[in-house]
Ligand binder design. Structure first.
Ligand SMILES: [Zn+2]
Ligand SMILES: [Zn+2]
Length: 443
């Protein structure tokens, strides 16, 4: 047995070799469902069985400690696909305890192990039967469903993954929302301020919004081709009368937090007087609407205030996610890797996510979790409660504090990988309909 000189293994060659190994050692092995699993050569030399890898002389794997089918992953804690595998291995370990053994070996810290298993690339996953016989080998990222499918093909049906109970959930509000319906914004559920109330008349009744901004978002979400601004009115900041949205003037200023603040006026004099007092710019409806819709969600196309949004970088371009879930959805809509920055919904601390081929490759802080604002419909199916009810948190404790502070919030805790996976599952048609409101009717 020789040690390879300290060289970087040429990736293509290594992939080819691993492919040969995999083919020879998996008589009835299923194809990897990803097809293009990414194999990564260790930057450290792996000790291998001879300079020319020979699958026939690969040493037998160590015997399993007990009579369970076994999944062994050989990887390293710092390789990107290995990091992506870590939560999957954890889940398999928990969900199939007593049925399947799951083992992780860090070959950078323990190069001897790489030699024992005769691997060329990391991560490599090897499936063994209960007697320790190798059944199948895979290199690169190996999605959970594909692992289970591979086992199934080999005659080991562990069933589909049980619906793991979310770490934390609340399906009934801690306190009922007792606000009268006409005091609640149709879009964001915020309180409607009498001075900024915007109302849309529909055949089913009036629909109220907390601000012209929520109205603009709502209007952009309507799929009705005949939609028109003719049925909407804003409240005059001074007199409290209703003014058709297209006839009002808009004072576009900033609140103390640097977030846009919009006041509508029936008369220019009044708008100018308020501008002299509080600053900002006075716009016509056309100018106001253009300004409101210049930044849009990269997933659902809704107008956003960048100040409210998550920042998403894709292909060197910047876009926004109107909520954290939409930000993840940019990876699904574009089919590209994204880098997003969100804020902890409780503390405002930044949380960054980098994706790789539809999976979370890096998460900072690694303890970050997501709250999926949701409710259960009469059939018990979980449905989203919309963009305004989603959030990321630096850790579970922050999430719980936030849920406590919002007694009306319902939904469940989820991992950011699970939240991304839900978006990646969407069809192009579902993405095109995301966040759209077919018919505007009061609840
Ligand atoms: Zn609102
Ligand atoms: Zn969106």
């Amino acid at each position: 047995m020789k040690t390879l000189p300290k060289v970087v293994i040429v990736l293509l060659l290594a992939v080819a070799v691993a492919g040969v190994l995999a083919l020879k050692s998996r008589p009835s092995a299923p194809e990897s469902a990803t097809g293009a699993a990414e194999a990564v050569a260790s930057p450290e030399p792996l000790r291998v069985a001879g300079e020319t890898p020979d699958p026939e002389s690969a040493p037998a794997a160590p015997a399993p400690p007990e009579g369970l089918p076994r999944l062994v992953e050989l990887g390293a804690d710092k390789c990107v696909p290995c990091k992506m595998m870590a939560p999957i291995l954890d889940e398999l370990k928990t969900e199939y305890a007593g049925k399947m053994e799951v083992q992780f070996i860090d070959v950078w810290k323990n190069p001897q192990a790489g030699e024992e298993y005769g691997i060329q690339l990391i991560p490599t996953q090897i499936l063994f039967d209960a007697s320790g016989k190798e059944l199948f080998r895979h290199t690169g990222f190996f999605p959970k469903e594909d692992i289970l499918a591979a086992w199934k093909e080999l005659g080991f049906d562990f069933g589909t993954a049980p619906d793991a109970e979310p770490a934390f959930s609340r399906w009934a509000p801690a306190q009922p929302d007792t606000r009268p319906q006409d005091a609640v914004c149709y879009l964001c559920d915020g309180d409607i301020d009498d001075r900024t109330c915007t109302v849309m008349s529909t055949p089913a009744g009036d629909v109220g919004f907390c601000s012209p901004h929520c109205y603009v978002i709502m209007f952009a979400s309507l799929t009705d081709e005949t939609k028109s601004h003719q049925n909407a009115a804003v409240t005059d900041w001074v007199g409290g009368t209703r003014v058709p949205v297209t006839e009002a003037l808009y004072l576009y200023g900033m609140d103390e937090g640097g977030r846009p603040e919009v006041k509508a006026f029936a008369e220019r004099n009044a708008a100018e007087a308020e501008r002299a007092r509080s600053g900002g710019n006075v716009f016509s409806w056309e100018q106001f609407e253009a300004k409101e819709t210049v930044a849009r969600c990269g997933f659902c196309d809704r107008p956003v205030y960048p100040e409210d949004a998550s920042i998403v970088r894709v292909d060197g371009m910047q876009t926004w996610g109107c909520c954290v879930m939409c930000a993840l959805g940019v990876a699904a809509r574009t089919g590209k890797d994204i880098h997003m920055t969100a804020r902890d919904a409780l503390t405002g601390e930044p949380i960054t996510v980098t994706t790789l081929e539809g999976h979370v490759a890096e998460l900072e802080p690694p303890t970050a979790v997501a709250w999926a604002g949701a409710r259960k419909d009469p059939e018990g199916k979980i449905v989203s409660t919309g963009c305004f009810k989603q959030g990321f948190f630096s850790n579970e404790a922050n999430l719980r504090k936030w849920v406590e502070a919002y007694p009306a919030a319902t939904g469940h805790q989820t991992t950011i990988e699970q939240a991304l996976a839900a978006k990646m599952k969407l069809t192009p048609e579902q993405i095109s309909k995301a966040c759209k409101i077919g018919e505007c009717v009061p609840r």
